[in-house]
Design a protein around this ligand. Structure first.
Ligand SMILES: Cc1cc2nc3c(=O)[nH]c(=O)nc-3n(C[C@H](O)[C@H](O)[C@H](O)COP(=O)(O)O)c2cc1C
Length: 183
């Protein structure tokens, strides 16, 4: 008998769009490997009970997830234990360089760790996003530079692809056929 396609909700919260791009990429890759995928902004998140897996992604602002995700998790607590949740964040940590930057970049902010644990996420991955120099206060710029911080589009699509691949393999999806082009 043919195996049923896993149903995956890919839900994201973004302020400036880089998290949405990553969520779109993950959704397209999984759909291309035979999963039934629904991609949604967190404000239009679908009913969780219709899905086997939730891939939830959020931008990091001020060492926390965006309020929309915090509110979503609060409103739906109790539903996550029946769902296989894979969580990702999009911030600056993974792009920091140098001995201090690499150490700082590996730290998961407390409130993000607490949210991750509260939904029993099976997997959590931090990705680098985008950061523009314009409008950043001097003090923040200096501290950021000392940690090896850079500006621009810092997203690492190879890392995103590798994580997506690990999700696909755990869902027993077939290997990727052709390569999805990232934005
Ligand atoms: C106001 C503001 C605060 C931020 N705070 C953090 C932070 O505390 N930690 C971090 O790693 N990145 C921080 N960032 C960087 C964002 O996470 C990064 O720009 C990310 O790509 C945003 O995702 P989005 O484009 O989906 O909104 C901040 C960015 C802004 C604009």
């Amino acid at each position: 008998m043919a195996q049923e396609q896993p149903r995956v909700a890919v839900v994201y919260a973004t302020e400036q769009g880089s998290t949405r791009d990553i969520a779109e990429f993950i959704g397209a890759e999984l759909a291309g490997r035979n999963a039934t995928v629904e991609l949604a902004n967190i404000d239009h998140a679908p009913e969780l009970s219709r899905f086997d897996t939730l891939v939830l992604g959020c931008a990091v602002h001020n060492l926390d997830f965006l309020p929309a995700v915090v509110g979503y998790v609060h409103a739906h607590r109790g539903e996550f234990e029946h769902c296989d949740v894979r969580l990702f964040s999009v911030g600056l940590g993974p792009a920091l360089r140098g001995p201090i930057g690499r150490r700082v970049g590996r730290i998961v902010p407390k409130s993000i760790a607490a949210l991750r644990d509260s939904i029993s996420a099976r997997d959590y991955r931090a990705f680098a996003g985008c950061y523009e120099r314009k409008g950043i206060p001097l003090r923040t710029r200096v501290a950021y530079r000392l940690m090896g911080g850079r500006y621009g589009d810092l997203r690492d699509w190879t890392a995103v692809r590798a994580w997506t691949d690990s999700i696909a393999r755990s869902l027993q999806l077939p290997p990727a056929g052709s390569t999805t082009i990232h934005p």
